[in-house]
Structures are given as structure tokens and as C-alpha cells.
Design a protein around this ligand. Structure first.
Ligand SMILES: NC(=O)c1ccc[n+]([C@@H]2O[C@H](COP(=O)([O-])OP(=O)(O)OC[C@H]3O[C@@H](n4cnc5c(N)ncnc54)[C@H](OP(=O)(O)O)[C@@H]3O)[C@@H](O)[C@H]2O)c1
Length: 388
């Protein structure tokens, strides 16, 4: 059984678009690496995808007399599993039969339909409502998840919004700029709250995966396309990203808003957060913390707010010009590897894949691997989500 709280956040319509921005952003997603080789909820409804998991709540192995001990089914929570990378990874993991997938999504019906049309077997997944644009919704999700009695063996922070043409900010239910609010702060609170659940899991390899992006790394060609990610001295984040007369909506404190940069900055926060989790918790808990760049998945809904010409040309540009195109199915397999592959247990790593689809440990940019900045982002984020 799954619980749904209908979307609790109002989003201001997007503004502004230009072909120039389209060209710029086409380049910024080329995906070339130098290293190559209840809240405000208005209604509550209980809804289900499949019946409860066939996962023993305790005991990493199951056995019957005379039978060999087998690893129990793992339980993975994936945010933003209603489309794109998240859906493809949910499908890949559920198809193995080794994982039960909790699809943590803001649009319950969309997620249910997506799971069905992707051919995910009934019983292999549960859809639960989570709106990362509301900290109350995040807290409620954690409560509801715990009430299901399922263990938590892996958490994937995947959901994101990207507002490449926006020149004015929109805000979460908590009054924080939307890109950083959803992509970073919502996930930060979720991961912090669910650490206790991950810690108490008896699964042999527990993992927390935070999806990163090449666009936040200025040690790549893609990451050098303006506007470049730059968190500056974090004065905007310290001010709460409220965009009010006294505060900026940008992490670096800039007076003007740039939707493309806000997204890239949020991905830097994602990658810094993964490393800070690693430093603070890996040794003590044995949990594996990882991030990844799944490749340029040019067909996903991430680009929905882009200008039509960009959306029309981008997949072909990636497929034939940069050759950086990765299908949703392939990207889903990559994310599934980071969740489940026994060979990818190293913690603190940012994974990428080469042209033969072989995984390798990639280098993060100077800013995205700066431990002092990671510590500051962690501490400021704790304040903004009410943990400090
Ligand atoms: N596409 C690429 O080329 C690419 C490259 C590098 C990294 N990535 C990363 O991959 C991840 C997935 O992106 P994608 O390309 O698969 O895009 P996508 O298809 O648009 O998926 C994004 C998901 O996030 C969900 N989401 C958005 N706002 C949310 C909120 N407030 N609360 C809960 N869920 C929310 C969306 O839900 P709805 O379905 O309800 O909209 C959707 O399920 C992101 O972290 C992105 O940064 C993508």
C-alpha cells in the first residue's frame, strides 16, 4: 500500500526564451569529458501500485530448510521515477527481480501510468507521493515510508528541474528558489532523514546515490559553456535564496537570476553533498555514497522548459554531432549499476561511462570537489531545512 499526498506547491509559469539560449545550452549539454577514457497538501489519498513488498523486513538472507541461503530482495527508493533516468533505472532494477522499487514522485497518477507503460510488473514497485518542493512533503514521505515497514537498502536522489530560459525565479513552498530547493535542499533533507533507515538496514551493500551532472563540472567542455556553475562565497545560500529585496535567489548572491546557472549550481551542491556524506558517514556506517554523470539523455523531460527549436534539434545534435547521446534505457542501466553492482561499492566516487559503456571513476572539478565548500554547503543547508 502506498500513500499519496497530492501536489502541494504552486509553481509560477516560466518566462522568457531565446534561440541564443537554445544554442548555448545545446553546447552545454554536449557531455564531453576531458578525462574521457502535510504541508500545503490539499487532499490526501491512499493509493497503491502493487501489493506490499515481498521483502522480509528483517534479515538480509532468507532460507528454508534444505535450501541455500539467498539474498533477500533489496528495497530502493528512487525520487523522480516518473520519467527519464529515474523511470529507466526503476525498470532496470525491478526487472532483475532482486529489487523492489519505491517510486517517490510528485505526480502519483503520472508515475503509476509510467510504470505500467514501461512494463514494470505489478508487485515489483510501489508509488509514493513526494514533492521535493515542500519540506513538509519530504518529512511526510519519510513518515509514510516508515509506516510501510519496508527496510531501506538504497536511496537514489534523482529528481530535478531545469529552467534554462528563466530569467525570474520561482519558489518552493518554503520560499526557496526552485532549482536549488528541489534538486539540492529537498534531497538533502530526504537523505539526512533517511540515513537512520539506511543505517539500520541489514542489506550487505547499502547505498546512497545522488545524481550529478557534467554541466556542473568546469573541468569538462560542457561545464565551460556559459553560464558556468559557480557557488562563489555562498552568500545567496546563506541568505536563504529568497530572492527578496534583501536576498538573492542565486547561491553566489548575484542580483540577477539565471535559470541555467541555478540548475548547474544545484548539481554542484549534489556532488559536494555526496562527498560530504562520504566524509561524515562512510567509515562509521559502511554505507556507499556515490554520484554519477549518466551521459547526455537528450530525450528526457528535463528539457521540457526549453524552447521548441532546442528540443527538436538537441537529440539529433547529440546523436550525430557530439556522439554523446545516451538512450534512456542505457542511462537507466548505468544508474542501476551504481545502485546494485557488486563491483561499484567504492564510496565517495563520481561515476561516468566511456564510449564502450564501461564505468570509470571520473574527476570532479575543483569547485565540485572542494571539501571546505562541501562543509559550508552542508552547514548552510542544515539551517535552511530546519536540521540546525
Ligand atoms: N537528461 C540529461 O541529459 C541529464 C544529464 C545529466 C544528469 N541528468 C540528471 O538526471 C536526473 C533525472 O533527469 P531526467 O533527465 O531523467 O529528467 P526528467 O525526465 O524530467 O525527470 C525528472 C524527474 O524529477 C521529477 N521532479 C521534478 N520536480 C519534482 C519535485 N518537486 N518533486 C519530486 N519530483 C520532481 C519529475 O517529476 P514529473 O514527472 O512529475 O515532472 C521527473 O520524474 C536529474 O538529476 C538530472 O539532473 C540528466
Amino acid at each position: 500500500m502506498a500513500l499519496q499526498l497530492l501536489p502541494s506547491t504552486l509553481s509560477v509559469p516560466k518566462k522568457g526564451s531565446s534561440l541564443g539560449a537554445a544554442a548555448k545550452e545545446t553546447a552545454s549539454f554536449v557531455g564531453v569529458s576531458r578525462k574521457a577514457p502535510l504541508s500545503l497538501a490539499v487532499r490526501t489519498r491512499v493509493a497503491t501500485a502493487p501489493p506490499p513488498v515481498s521483502t522480509p523486513a528483517q534479515g538480509a538472507t532468507t532460507s528454508s530448510p534444505g535450501a541455500k541461503k539467498t539474498l533477500r530482495q533489496g528495497v530502493v527508493v528512487i525520487t523522480g521515477a516518473s520519467s527519464g533516468l529515474g523511470l529507466a533505472a526503476a525498470k532496470a532494477l525491478s526487472e532483475t527481480g532482486k529489487w523492489h522499487v519505491v517510486m517517490a514522485c510528485r505526480d502519483f497518477l503520472k508515475a503509476s501510468k509510467a510504470a505500467k507503460s514501461a512494463g514494470m510488473a505489478t508487485g515489483s514497485y510501489t508509488v509514493m507521493h513526494l514533492d521535493l518542493a515542500s519540506l513538509d512533503s519530504v518529512r511526510q514521505f519519510v513518515e509514510h515510508f516508515r509506516r510501510t515497514g519496508m527496510p531501506l537498502d538504497a536511496l537514489v536522489c534523482n529528481a530535478a528541474i531545469y529552467r534554462p530560459t528563466a530569467s525570474t525565479p520561482t519558489f518552493t513552498a518554503d520560499g526557496v528558489e526552485m532549482s536549488v530547493g528541489v534538486n539540492h535542499l529537498g534531497h538533502f533533507l530526504l537523505a539526512r532523514l533517511l540515513m537512520d533507515d539506511l543505517k539500520s538496514s541489514d542489506y550487505p551493500s547499502r547505498r546512497l546515490v545522488i545524481v550529478g551532472s557534467i554541466t556542473g563540472n568546469d573541468n569538462t567542455l560542457a561545464g565551460n559553456v556559459p553560464p558556468k556553475a559557480d557557488l562563489g562565497d555562498l552568500r545567496g545560500l546563506a541568505g536563504g535564496l529568497s530572492g527578496s529585496s534583501s536576498g538573492s535567489a542565486m547561491i553566489d548572491g548575484s542580483a540577477s537570476f539565471d535559470g541555467a546557472k541555478a540548475y548547474k549550481d544545484s548539481k554542484v551542491c549534489n556532488m559536494l553533498t555526496m562527498q560530504e556524506f562520504h566524509r561524515r558517514y562512510h567509515e562509521e556506517t559502511g554505507i556507499t555514497f556515490a554520484s554519477l554523470y549518466p551521459g547526455c539523455i537528450a530525450t528526457t523531460g528535463l528539457f521540457r522548459e526549453h524552447v521548441p527549436l532546442f528540443r527538436a534539434l538537441f537529440p539529433a545534435f547529440q546523436r550525430f554531432i557530439t556522439k554523446g547521446f545516451v538512450s534512456e534505457a542505457e542511462s537507466g542501466k548505468r544508474l542501476a549499476q551504481v545502485v546494485a553492482e557488486p563491483s561499484l561499492t567504492k564510496s565517495g566516487v563520481y561515476w561516468s561511462w566511456n564510449k564502450d559503456s564501461a564505468s570509470f571513476e571520473n574527476q570532479l572539478s575543483k569547485e565540485a570537489s572542494d571539501p571546505e565548500k562541501a562543509r559550508k554547503v552542508w552547514e548552510l543547508s542544515e539551517k535552511l531545512v530546519g536540521l540546525a
